[in-house]
Design a binder for this molecule. Structure first.
Ligand SMILES: [Zn+2]
Length: 627
């Protein structure tokens, strides 16, 4: 079907300072000490040709509230002071990644401004700088071209939103992001996942990238033959890359089927008219809460006929997303409305059969026609219905070009129109940075090793299987593993590796919030095992508890769960009791009763005593000569 996918991987760098100031790159956990409200207005002179995407965001007219505190933001984030020079540490990391990906560094790095008017940047633009071009990465013996590697500043962190206001926290604004863009050469969904994984490995090899939720975002460009180029923004997890591509293919294919259906019904764009009708009198007594609250606020209810669209609005494009959903999202975006009612889902939502009949009659709908109704303020209703007609016209052409946002399940929704080309202009406040050949040579001489080499090395050093070693390198826990393995010989590396890979994944699958477990938690748990204070068998249960009680420490988890090891004396007591209650069996069989006694004792102390110690103590009892 001619699938072509390009990937854009964004990852936060773990630098000491932000990209254009000396603030740290951490997120604040405290309440803000400063809040200010702004409205962003793009001016013609700054933008040259005004970008449609930018203008749209502006037209939404929401107020923007910025929250900051002096520990994580300074005058630069507040746009009260010009940006400082490009953070040299971030540039070094970007150069390292460039060399690992065989890309050619620029002689001179220029900072550019990219217009973003969603308010996530106090300046109204995002600063970005191309570091290198034309790299490559081998993934399963196929060469994936790396078109461009850039440094960008991360945007403010959205912490709240309603119809009239958006709130951004400025702690994240300015955190360096590396952006790696591949050529559109990826041919199937699984390959997209593998490429994303391989790029992730290169980034992690630097040991200078942040990890955890929110530190990584993948954008995808997806197109199929006869479809359109769709940008999908913000795929947060690697595992979701393949899924998002698959679902987008499904969506575009379904839209092409709808196009064919509309053509066979001989529907033409000119048939779709911005011919909106007042419907308030027909639905004013309906039980719909949306209608009633719109009318109470002085709003109106209007509708439009979509000729030839009967039955098509309920066609599913992706799980839970129908053509009607797509149309509703457009109306929501352009009309600032909560949603729409369409004829394929009515009667319903408090609108009854009689009302549907009256509306259909008023709009002169025949059996093959559909209609859409919006209830809101009049201005919003009109903008919304215009967007509905526009989107319906696009359905006749096939797949419209869009920028979409990824949901956590890999489905997507309309975010905004695809931005035009006039988005970048030079940042004159930051001087260009010369990249000397000495600097490149020095970085080249100290490149970190690649994941496959590291896997080979830890495999032989710790005697763990190649598969487990590879999993460990692919996991977020490679460094943690090294630190835990260094605890000493009382803890088996293969056990640690298995917990950090397979067990952590299975906990995550069971909805345990493993992202709450930090290095300290993990090290503490294994240290308790090494010191004989809890059993190997208890590790998962302890981790599970800590994930939901992240402020507690491992020792208190052991206490709470009663998973402490029992002391030698207490264990001897348990053994004596078991032997006592089976005295005749022991006397008759002597040392041969060991297996049976072992089972009985372990049944009492499982998870709280080392089986080796139990065996040893039992032997002493059953074979007195040995004692
Ligand atoms: Zn700052």
């Amino acid at each position: 079907m001619g699938l072509r996918v390009g990937l854009e991987v964004h990852r936060q760098l773990d630098t000491r300072h932000k990209l254009f100031c000396e603030c740290p790159t951490i997120l604040s956990t405290k309440p803000p000490t400063l809040t200010l409200e702004r409205r962003l207005r793009p001016t013609q002179s700054e933008l040259g040709q005004v970008d449609p995407a930018a203008l749209f965001e502006f037209n939404k007219g929401r107020a923007i509230n910025y929250e900051a505190d002096p520990e994580t933001a300074c005058l630069v984030e507040l746009d009260e002071e010009p940006p400082h020079q490009l953070d040299p540490e971030a540039v070094d990391i970007a150069l390292t990644i460039s060399l690992l990906l065989h890309a050619r560094p620029m002689d001179e790095v220029h900072v550019m401004r990219k217009v973003v008017i969603d308010g996530s940047n106090t300046t109204g633009f995002q600063r970005t700088a191309i570091i290198s071009l034309n790299g490559k990465l081998d993934v399963d013996r196929k060469e994936i071209p790396i078109q461009q590697i850039s440094l960008e500043e991360d945007a403010g962190r959205k912490t709240g939103e309603n119809k009239n206001t958006v709130i951004f926290r400025l702690d994240r604004l300015g955190v360096p992001l590396i952006e790696i863009a591949t050529g559109p050469v990826i041919k199937d969904a699984q390959e997209a996942g593998r490429v994303a994984l391989a790029i992730g490995q290169v980034l992690r090899a630097t040991k200078k990238v942040k990890r955890g939720l929110g530190s990584i975002r993948q954008d995808l460009n997806v197109s199929i033959e006869e479809g359109a180029l769709i940008e999908i923004k913000g795929v947060q997890e690697l595992d979701l890359v393949s899924k998002a591509v698959e679902l987008e293919v499904q969506r575009q294919t379904s839209l092409l089927q709808i196009r064919d259906e509309l053509r066979s019904r001989k529907v033409k764009p000119a048939d779709l008219k911005e011919d909106f009708h007042e419907l308030t009198p027909l639905v004013s007594r309906s039980e719909s809460k949306i209608v009633q609250s719109a009318l109470k606020l002085g709003g109106t209810v209007q509708g439009v006929k979509l000729p030839g669209f009967g039955g098509l609005l309920k066609r599913e494009l992706m799980p839970g997303i129908r053509l009607g959903t797509e149309i509703a999202k457009r109306a929501a975006y352009w009309g600032r409305v909560a949603g729409v009612f369409h004829s394929d889902e009515l009667p319903g939502y408090g609108i009854g059969q009689a009302e549907v009949g009256a509306v259909a009659k008023k709009l002169e709908c025949g059996p093959s026609d559909a209609f859409v109704i919006i209830a809101d303020y009049k201005e919003n209703v009109l903008d919304g219905l215009k967007a509905v007609v526009e989107r319906a016209r696009e359905a006749i052409a096939g797949v419209p070009e869009e920028t979409r946002t990824a949901n956590p399940d890999g489905t997507t929704y309309y975010m905004r129109p695809r931005p035009g080309a006039a988005r970048m202009y030079p940042e004159t406040d930051v001087p260009p940075v010369q990249i000397s050949s000495d600097r490149i040579r020095q970085i080249g001489d100290n490149l970190p090793r690649m994941p496959e080499d590291i896997a080979r090395e830890i495999g032989s050093k710790y005697e763990i299987s190649p598969k487990l070693a590879a999993q460990l390198v692919n996991s977020e826990y490679l460094d943690t593993f090294g630190e835990i393995a260094a605890i000493g010989k009382d803890i088996a590396p293969s056990f640690v590796a298995t917990v950090l890979t397979e067990s952590m994944r299975s906990l995550a699958r069971d909805q345990v919030p493993v992202e709450n477990l930090d290095d300290t938690h993990l090290k503490e748990v294994f240290r308790l095992v090494a010191e004989g204070k809890t059993a190997k068998e208890s590790v998962l249960e302890i981790l599970k508890w800590l994930a939901t009680h992240p402020t507690a420490n491992a020792a208190s988890a052991v206490d709470q769960l009663n998973l402490g090891m029992i002391g030698r004396a207490e264990l001897k007591g348990v053994i004596s009791k078991v032997l006592e209650s089976h005295r005749s069996l022991v006397q008759a069989n002597g040392a041969k009763a060991l297996g049976k006694m072992m089972n009985l004792v372990m049944a009492e102390v499982r998870g709280r005593a080392d089986p080796k110690l139990v065996t040893e103590l039992l032997r002493t009892e059953l074979e007195p000569d040995r004692g």
